[in-house]
Design a protein around this ligand. Sequence first.
Ligand code: AMP
Ligand code: TRP
Length: 329
Amino acid sequence: MTNKKRIFSGIQPSGNLHIGNYLGAIANWIKLQDEFESIFCVVDLHAITVPQDPETLRKKTLEIAKIYLAAGIDPKKSAIFIQSQVSEHAELCWILNTIVKMSELEKMTQFKDKTQAGVSEGIGVGLFDYPVLMAADILLYGTEVVPVGEDQKQHVELARDLAKRFNHKFGETFIVPKAFIKEEGMRVMGLDDPTKKMSKSATSEYNYISLTDDAETVKRKIKKAVTDSGSEIVFSDDKPALKNLINIYASFSGKTPKEIEALYVGRGYGDFKTELAQVINNFLTPFQEKLAAITDEDALEILRAGAEKVRPLAKAKLAEVKKKVGFIS
Ligand code: AMP
Ligand code: TRP
């Protein structure tokens, strides 16, 4: 590997990947892969922290890898691999578990959201420990930059704290990583509720536009998307639903919100929504063609090669960690 700075990011193979995942995460990765030495992971160990079906997990794991590839991650430039194929992640997680505090994990908003106001009855310990595994993912590779959506900022903060704590206790070992969150597209909100982020675990399919939705579905979902009172197309904080739709339009078209407002002066929601669906489909249609052309075999081959490429890095860092904590090798 080269001496460029390293980035690491990952997505769980669960639920349907949506345009929020694309705009908030993957689209940024594509741009960063030229500048950084990039590692992109399919985080299947994270995906089993909630009840899951093994057959679906296998299918989704391959699907995420194919989505990375179809979106433009180039396996010649970046390593793409499956987390469970590099066992050092779980091992480092265990060691980090011994320096993280219960209270730090209890504060994590994603955990609080998933457990409905912190009620932990019936919740697996894996879900509680999720951010520590994420810290292990990041720290194992000497990652400097972690490109994620805004919702993951708190988890990256924890990785920073754990890196510093370990370094302080056992001597300089980990690079302290930084989150990289792009302004636009950083938080795509639900189409049915602009107060909550678009989510792959949403109960209604009208919450999100999946990366695999066909053109008709996109039109139908955009048509049903909630809007604010009034009829003008304006980008403002007191019109959160419209603001979200304009943001999506802007991200896929390359136009600024101001330019979009100007396009729709004197025109109503109807025109705006029809054209928004077109703008989204202009991206999705060619993307889905590429996705369909990637075979399971191709994806598996790339994933194996990716694991081969990153494993030596993970092994070296873990060996260093084990030595520092006093394990005999
Ligand atoms: P998740 O869907 O939670 O596994 O997230 C995968 C990646 O997509 C992470 O980097 C998230 O920050 C990003 N992401 C998820 N949902 C959204 C959203 N609604 N808007 C922007 N980014 C998102
Ligand atoms: N927790 C992240 C999410 O839900 C996924 C993830 C796991 C991740 N490990 C990571 C992201 C390491 C960045 C770096 O989106």
